[in-house]
Design a protein around this ligand. Structure first.
Ligand SMILES: [Zn+2]
Ligand SMILES: [Zn+2]
Length: 264
C-alpha cells in the first residue's frame, strides 16, 4: 500500500512479488510495515528477497513485521497434528543466529521488529497494532483479527488512513462475524477468491463465492476487490462472480497484477 504516493505497507510476500515490485518500478525503500496474513508458501516465499532489498537500500532502521501467532499441535485432529510456527519463529528460522540467512545480520542497521497477533479464530477480538510517529502523522492505523484457514494460523488486516480503509481477508475458509466486524463500512475489501461454489480439492480452505458475497454485504464494504485466483476458479470466474452478486450489490473489481487501485 502506498500513502502520498510512497510505498508504506506490504501485505504478504508470496512468490513472484519481488519480480513484480521490480517490474512496477516502485521504490520500496520507504516501506515501514510488513503484514503477513499467514505463513503458507504462496504468501511468504519472497519475504527474504524483499528484506534483502530493503537493506541494500542503505536502510538503517528495523522493518516492522506483524503476523499470526503459532499454534500447538492437536493430536485429536490429524490434519492439525503438527504445531505451526508463528511469525517470531518463522523470522528466527530465516534470519536468526542459526537461521538460513543469518548473514543478513552483518548488514548495517539490519533488524526486524516482529509482532505476533492472536490467531485462534474462536477468539473474535479485533486487535490494534501500534504504529510509529510517521504513521500517526499520516493518519494510518492498523488492526487485525484471527480468521479460519484450516490448520494454518491466519489473520485478516484492516488499514485505515484518514477517511479511507482497506481490509485484506488473507486466505479465509468462510464468512465469520469477526471478519465482518473488521471490514465494517470499509472503503475496499480485498478478499480471497480461490475456489468456485462447487467442491474442489482443498476447497475447504477457502471461502466459496456465496460466503465472500455475504462478508461483503454484511460488512457494508463499498468496493469488493477479488484476488488470489487458483486454477480451480480461473476458468469459471464469471459464474463465480454472478454468485457473489446475488449476495452483494456493491462494486466488484477483479484484481490483476501490476494494477493500481486508488482510494480517495
Ligand atoms: Zn494463499
Ligand atoms: Zn493459505
Amino acid at each position: 500500500m502506498s500513502v502520498n504516493k510512497r510505498p508504506r505497507i506490504l501485505v504478504d510476500a508470496g512468490g513472484g512479488i519481488f519480480e513484480r515490485i521490480g517490474r512496477s518500478g516502485m521504490d520500496i525503500s520507504t516501506l515501514q510495515q510488513i503484514l503477513l496474513t499467514h505463513l503458507h508458501i504462496d504468501h511468504t516465499s519472497d519475504l527474504a528477497a524483499v528484506v534483502m532489498d530493503l537493506y541494500m537500500c542503505d536502510r538503517t532502521v528495523p522493518i516492522a513485521l506483524a503476523g499470526p501467532q503459532g499454534r500447538p499441535g492437536n493430536d485429536a485432529a490429524p490434519e492439525n497434528a503438527s504445531p505451526q510456527p508463528g511469525v517470531n519463529e518463522f523470522v528466527r528460522l530465516l534470519f536468526g543466529a542459526d537461521g538460513a540467512w543469518r548473514y543478513m545480520n552483518t548488514f548495517t542497521g539490519f533488524g526486524i521488529d516482529v509482532r505476533e497477533l492472536p490467531s485462534d479464530p474462536a477468539e473474535a477480538a479485533i486487535h490494534s497494532i501500534p504504529v510509529d510517529e510517521v504513521f500517526e502523522d499520516l493518519g494510518i492505523s492498523i488492526c487485525a483479527t484471527a480468521v479460519p484457514h484450516g490448520m494454518m494460523p491466519s489473520v485478516a488486516f484492516r488499514v485505515d488512513c484518514d477517511e479511507q480503509s482497506v481490509v485484506f481477508s488473507g486466505d479465509v475458509s468462510q464468512s465469520t462475524e469477526a471478519l465482518i466486524a473488521l471490514a465494517k463500512n470499509c472503503s475496499m475489501l480485498v478478499h480471497d477468491f480461490s475456489v468456485p461454489e462447487r467442491d474442489v480439492a482443498y476447497g475447504h480452505l477457502h471461502a466459496k463465492p456465496s460466503a465472500v458475497g455475504r462478508t461483503a454485504r454484511e460488512s457494508g464494504a463499498k468496493v469488493l476487490l477479488l484476488s488470489h485466483f487458483m486454477p480451480a476458479i480461473e476458468g469459471e470466474l464469471g459464474g463465480a462472480i454472478d454468485i457473489v452478486r446475488r449476495e452483494y450489490g456493491g462494486r466488484i473489481e477483479v484484481a490483476s497484477d501490476l494494477e493500481t487501485y486508488e482510494l480517495r
